[in-house]
Design a protein. Structure first.
Length: 369
């Protein structure tokens, strides 16, 4: 199947690009001794898991359904975290997980007896982060994400075997990572030395161009050696960055003071983070003499992908490829306005394109009541 033969909109995952990221993941793990778990909150398109399973130790989840998906579709090691487990979730979660991570001491105490059969962990909030958005900052004032008080944690340290510490967010700066990890070591070293494993979470952009992978590996190895722990990483964006496009078609052109191009997609429905964080999409190469504001087809006034340059004037029927469209897109897509849901396709390493999922009216109908 060729690109032109597939009706838009659709997400197109490039298996070769995905495997290139996986090679970096594997190299980091081989050099450092760390284990990498795919963060399903970012990317859970299980049709692509065959290209990832050989380089990653398993999955990490943020809910019971993500946990089950990881166990059934990825296999290998499964870490189960939730901001708050409910009474009717905990037994199934324990049955599916290798490790269960509690967000608070209260949750640990409530469900400890029902999680005796697997390893138990606690989320540690170090009070620092690299997030530039208050919305995504786990260390924001009055954060509910993890425990902060060393004395309180020390009182239950004999009831857990590890910590999860998630504080990075698209952090491309190794020196910043190094400084913040040193701060964590200095403040919580007495706790870290009493457990068997520590997950440093996700948000480290180590598959990016020019990232000093070897320095990161050495730093992780030193951390593991100092405290005698198995280090885990939870790459989400790092696993799938630059692997996927959202393929669109121009439906209409108009001039309302600016040249506008309306496409058969919607940021609210198909790339929600652009709306939440008020970010523009990426369209390559974004060069040329003809500028257009690319707009979604929903009725939301602010449904805008951004303003971009094109080498030739756009016309109805032209295709546009939105770049880097894997992270937090397919896991957040929704049926707002009943806009047609993008199909999911994979370009295999031999160049052929395989359609792995299409959506129709029945899917829209069944999502309601």
């Amino acid at each position: 199947m060729t690109d032109a033969a597939i009706p838009t909109p659709y997400y197109l995952i490039d298996a070769a690009a995905l495997r290139a990221n996986m090679e970096k993941v594997k190299r980091l793990c081989d050099l450092s001794g760390a284990k990498a778990l795919l963060a399903l909150k970012c990317f859970a398109t299980w049709s692509a898991f065959d290209h990832m399973r050989g380089s990653m130790a398993g999955t990490t989840s943020s809910s019971l359904y993500e946990l089950r998906l990881g166990r059934e579709k990825f296999g290998k090691e499964t870490h189960a975290y939730s901001v708050a487990w409910s009474e009717d979730e905990i037994d199934e979660a324990v049955s599916l997980a290798d490790k269960i991570i509690f967000n608070t001491i209260g949750q640990l105490e409530r469900f400890e007896s029902r999680a005796q059969s697997i390893q138990r962990g606690l989320r540690l909030n170090p009070g620092i982060s690299t997030s530039g958005f208050d919305l995504a900052d786990p260390a924001r004032p009055f954060s509910r994400l993890g425990e902060w008080d060393s004395e309180k944690i020390a009182a239950v340290i004999d009831r857990i075997s590890g910590f999860m510490i998630h504080y990075n967010c698209e952090n491309e700066d190794f020196d910043l990572f190094d400084r913040q990890l040193t701060d964590i070591e200095n403040r919580f070293g007495n706790l870290l030395s009493q457990v068997e494993w520590v997950s440093l979470g996700g948000g480290i952009h180590f598959t990016g161009e020019g990232y000093p992978l070897e320095r990161l590996a050495a730093r992780l190895a030193a951390f593991a050696d100092r405290f005698g722990v198995q280090v885990y990483l939870e790459p989400g964006e790092a696993s799938i960055t630059r692997t996927t496009t959202l393929e669109l078609t121009v439906l209409d052109i108009l001039d309302n003071g600016k040249q506008l191009a309306i496409v058969d997609s919607s940021i609210e429905a198909h790339m929600l983070d652009l709306l939440i964080y008020r970010l523009p999409a990426k369209i390559a190469p974004d060069t040329g003499a003809h500028r257009y504001m690319v707009c979604g087809k929903s009725c939301l006034a602010g449904d805008i992908f951004g303003e971009f340059a094109f080498p030739e004037p756009l016309k109805v029927g032209d295709r546009i490829s939105v770049q880097d469209a894997a992270g937090y897109t397919m896991v957040k897509k929704n049926w707002f306005n009943g806009v047609a849901m993008p199909s999911i396709c994979i370009r295999e390493t031999d160049g052929t394109i395989r359609s792995v999922r299409t959506f129709g009216y029945a899917d829209y109908e069944s999502s309601l009541s």
